[in-house]
Design a protein around this ligand. Structure first.
Ligand SMILES: Cc1cc2nc3c(=O)[nH]c(=O)nc-3n(C[C@H](O)[C@H](O)[C@H](O)COP(=O)(O)OP(=O)(O)OC[C@H]3O[C@@H](n4cnc5c(N)ncnc54)[C@H](O)[C@@H]3O)c2cc1C
Length: 301
């Protein structure tokens, strides 16, 4: 407690330049960085309350932030907050709102009229149901199926909006008339989150298992977050986003690999199934996911 910490409000010039700038996402959506509080220095400042100035000689700021991230000392990261304005389709908002550790305030379609803007996915995003990821999309579809889907969505959305405006004109309350609009329509909100929970959001929503549309928003949030706290973001990438965790069974399988077994034999030894009871190969499950992890190890840098 000998030396008082600096109380100068941290300012990040790279982030300042982004304040209020609209970054388009999807057809009518965007992400804006509205404000931020704190930066890498705020994380260090908070951590030094617990570790004391004594840490200064042994760890530089970057080393301290990386230590905190590795050892999941999370609260110093909560000292940084970012506030965004986001315009997004309701089907993306449904996924986003599940993240409870943020504060949000949404455009009210009870007070205001919903603009005539809906998401019509580009043709290349209309694909087959994935056979491997039950929630995802996979192979391309025939062009006529894609065209029919897109023209159906276009027509239904336009019809719905026509019925919405007619209902409003006939006196139906806005809170009731909005029931006519599909989830492809857009909403808008302010969303504020601390850095630790933002990293958690990003780890889930940048992941290939997340839906493509929310991943595009997550990528824009990630880019802006990196500007505010570049050292913390780098640590997040190194120790969370690009890291690989191993279950108990997978550790057994790795040991078998180190002893010279093939990946398939290692799965067998570790009890990670690769085939179903009828001997057909599995397309998902623990064994398949372990082989995918090995592939990631082989192919990623
Ligand atoms: C690829 C993917 C697929 C998904 N599929 C589905 C689906 O099919 N159906 C569905 O309903 N949801 C689905 N979800 C949503 C998912 O189950 C989570 O609700 C969402 O990802 C938010 O995660 P979270 O709770 O960790 O985040 P946050 O709500 O931000 O919480 C962060 C952390 O705080 C703690 N926490 C917060 N609130 C509580 C609480 N009340 N009790 C205990 N701990 C708490 C937890 O540790 C939590 O991890 C999916 C998410 C993803 C990424």
């Amino acid at each position: 407690m000998s030396e008082e910490p600096s109380m100068i409000r941290p300012v990040v010039p790279e982030a300042e330049r982004e304040i209020g700038v609209k970054h388009p996402v999807l057809t009518h959506g965007f992400v804006v960085l509205v404000d931020y509080m704190g930066n890498d220095a705020a994380i260090v400042q908070a951590a030094r309350v617990s570790y004391g100035q004594g840490t200064k000689s042994v760890r530089d700021d970057r080393g301290l932030i990386r230590y905190l991230m590795r050892h999941r000392h999370t609260t110093p990261f909560e000292m940084v907050e970012l506030k965004f304005l986001v315009r997004l389709p309701i089907f993306v908002a449904r996924q986003w709102v599940r993240h409870r550790t943020a504060s949000l305030n949404e455009y009210s379609s009870r007070y205001s009229i919903i603009p005539d803007e809906f998401e019509l996915p580009p043709a290349e995003e209309v694909r087959h149901q994935s056979t491997r990821n039950r929630q995802g999309r996979g192979d391309p579809l025939p062009a006529e199926v894609v065209d029919r889907f897109r023209s159906d969505l276009d027509r239904i959305a336009q019809d719905a909006y026509h019925a919405y405006t007619r209902s409003l004109n006939e006196g139906v309350a806005r809170e009731t008339a909005r029931l006519l609009l599909p989830v492809a329509y857009y909403t808008q909100w302010y969303w504020k989150c601390d850095l630790w929970n933002l990293f958690h959001f990003l780890s889930l929503r940048l992941d290939p298992h997340a839906q493509e549309e929310i991943r595009l928003y997550a990528a824009e949030l990630a880019r802006l977050t990196r500007l505010v706290a570049p050292v913390a973001y780098e640590a997040f990438e190194d120790f969370s986003l690009s890291s690989l965790s191993l279950s108990r069974g997978e550790r057994r399988a790795v040991r078998a690999l180190l002893e010279g077994k093939t990946p398939e034999a290692a799965c067998e030894i570790a009890g990670l199934p690769l085939t179903r009871e009828d001997r057909k190969p599995m397309v998902s499950g623990e064994g398949v996911e372990f082989l995918e992890k090995l592939e990631r190890l082989r192919t990623s840098e």
